[in-house]
Design a binder for this molecule. Structure first.
Ligand code: AGP
Length: 605
């Protein structure tokens, strides 16, 4: 998704803007640009390609003495990847950058753009034209009049050529955070672009204008009155958002899982059972709940699949796991007795946010499991159970997934405690099993050299299958997305018992099958399914518990996790799948952290 940075202060704007864009590269993009303003001019520099290309282009220009400007990394929505379509866009006295989608841009162009020569295919340039058409010297009046005409989502940072040291911002749905530090005033798509200057920031509320100058970062309402900021603080610092010696953010984040898990679980435990008093989630919230829906996208949704198994088994409530982009347009059967759990690492995924808003309209009780503090989904959920994984920069989600599972384990235990479906003793036992599961991550990390060696057999694979039963099938879904999103190998996750109903026709000599068989309850069935694919020539990579006895003839590679309860195998087993995906992508010479076409947070539909 697009990255935004804005600045006004005592530093050289160019340096601040480029550094900020480098911190936002992980969001995924295809072009970049900045605009610097001085009393005399607004200078725009933009390019396709990445920030290093932009830096080179800037280096070829004479540096202007600017201390105010805006910067943008574009993830193409309207119009191809061209320099003309890159941001910033300038029309008349207005220069701006934008994250989001203006859904009625064609009508705006028809109504207001007659006779105007547009240089790009973007909705953003049309928005710039509208701002300019309403600008007669009063920037805030122009902004209110413009956004009144816009439909869709937006985070705008705007420069007016006759107001040289000021950046104006306004947002709707697309995220913006801001801060004032000793170096000046900042605005960005997310805190990672500001962390070099401050750990204290605020979210720019919708329906307010943010004004940045070298002396202030101020919020104004429609009357022009100052709006109080709700200050937030991140505990992690600039280094946490760096690679710290790892070759890729993804590997660093895989290795951060023991700490991330502990930081997520430990603060919520009182007398060996989960307690959400600090989170201001009272038990009364759960008393009237008769069904649960878990709504998310991608990896977050896969964590929800694990949560379903745990909650249904322990709390005996029906749990539906919904793909957010489907749920938001469906007619869900939910009411005030439904707990809707929305899971999101970024807290900005547009489909998950829209699903949250639908659930609230239908009077459901909403609880967010979110990693980014102060994010939109966190702020709009009735209750929030934050995960404390720290910044997750790699597009492929790893530590966020395992901490989401841990958070769902805690939630399951608390729900069982309130619903009295488990006694205190059973819950403390479950907590002990969760701790054991978290401890086992270190053992999985020790397998990295063998995993790295094994992935040689996957390097040229065209198709690959993950199979599992029960919670292992849920885990297979995550293994599959991890592998395909960073190695570009087509892979599918299949319920092992379903193979014979069609897919096994695709199993031929040498086709890799990653079989996850950690569940004692269905282990013999899984062995039969593995025999079936092996008999058809599959190359089998088997993941089991170390105690499970299997003949050598049914696998080509075998990785094990320590002896733990069936329901608590996903966390350590997931680490093996993450390392398989990571090393396969490396062997294929791909950009592990920023895979093609993908963005870290999908903030547009
Ligand atoms: C995971 O590896 C993917 N990058 C993607 O599926 C991601 O999990 C999904 O877009 C949801 O993101 P969120 O957790 O920030 O809402």
């Amino acid at each position: 998704m697009c990255g935004i940075i804005g600045y006004s202060g005592r530093l050289e704007a160019k340096q601040v803007l480029v550094n900020g864009l480098e911190q936002l590269e992980y969001r995924g993009y295809d072009s970049a640009g900045i605009a610097q303003i001085t009393k005399e001019t607004i200078e725009i520099t933009k390019t396709t390609g990445n920030v290093s290309v932009l830096k080179r282009k800037l280096g070829e220009k004479e540096t202007i003495a600017s201390h105010c400007g805006i910067g943008h990394t574009r993830w193409a929505t309207h119009g191809g990847v061209t320099e003309e379509n890159a941001h910033p866009h300038q029309v008349g006295k207005v220069t701006l950058i934008h994250n989001g989608i203006i859904e009625n841009y064609k009508k705006i162009r028809e109504d207001y753009g007659k006779g105007i020569l547009f240089h790009s295919q973007t909705d953003t340039e049309i928005a710039a034209m509208l701002f300019d058409s309403f600008y007669h010297g009063n920037p805030e009046e122009a902004i209110w009049n413009t956004v009144a005409k816009l439909e869709g989502s937006y985070a705008f940072c705007i420069l007016f050529e006759d107001i040289p040291n000021t950046v104006y911002c306004i947002r709707k749905i697309s995220p913006l955070v801001a801060a004032y530090a000793k170096e000046g005033a900042f605005v960005a798509s997310d805190i990672t672009a500001l962390i070099a200057y401050t750990q204290d920031y605020f979210v720019v509320p919708e329906d307010t204008i943010l004004v940045l100058t070298d002396e202030k970062a101020e919020l104004h309402n429609r009357k022009g009155n100052i709006v109080e900021k709700e200050m937030l603080h991140v505990k992690w610092d600039f280094t946490a958002a760096q690679k710290n010696g790892y070759p890729y953010y993804m590997l660093k984040e895989i290795y951060e899982q023991p700490e991330a898990l502990w930081n997520t679980v430990a603060p919520r435990i009182k007398e060996d059972i989960p307690d959400f008093e600090e989170e201001q989630i009272p038990d009364s919230v759960f008393e009237s709940i008769k069904q649960v829906k878990i709504v998310a996208c991608g990896t977050a949704m896969h964590a929800g699949l694990i949560g379903k198994v745990l909650i249904e088994k322990r709390v005996r409530l029906s749990v539906g796991v919904e793909i957010a982009s489907e749920f938001r347009y469906a007619s869900p059967i939910i009411d005030s007795n439904t707990l809707v759990i929305v899971i999101s690492q970024s807290g900005e995924t547009i489909d998950t946010l829209a699903s949250l808003r639908l659930a609230k309209e239908l009077k459901a009780v909403t609880l967010g499991i979110v990693n980014v503090k102060g994010s939109t989904i966190a702020r709009e959920s009735d209750y929030v159970l934050y995960t404390h994984a720290g910044p997750e920069i790699a597009v492929a989600s790893t530590k966020a997934y395992t901490v989401q599972i841990a958070a769902l384990c805690l939630l399951t235990m608390r729900l069982a405690f309130v619903k009295k479906t488990l006694g205190r003793g059973e819950i403390t036992r479950d907590f002990a099993l969760l701790k054991e599961s978290m401890e086992c991550v270190k053992r999985s990390l020790l397998l990295e050299p063998q995993i790295q060696e094994m992935t040689a057999c996957l390097t040229d694979a065209r198709d690959l299958f993950f199979i599992g039963r029960g919670i292992d099938y849920a885990l297979s879904c995550e293994g599959s997305i991890k592998l395909k999103e960073i190695s570009y190998i087509h892979s599918e996750a299949y319920a092992a018992g379903e193979l014979k109903h069609g897919t096994i026709s695709l199993i031929t000599e040498g086709v890799p099958v990653i079989a996850i068989a950690t569940q004692e309850s269905v282990f013999s069935k899984m062995v039969s399914n593995i025999r079936e694919v092996k008999a058809r020539g599959a190359l089998v990579i088997l993941i089991t518990k170390e105690s499970m006895q299997v003949e050598d003839s049914i696998f080509d590679y075998h990785f094990t996790i320590p002896e733990i309860a069936d329901d608590y195998t996903p966390i350590p087993a997931a680490v093996i799948l993450q390392l398989i995906a990571y090393h396969t992508s490396l062997r294929r010479g791909l950009n592990v952290d920023q895979p093609r076409n993908l963005a870290k947070s999908v903030t547009v539909e």
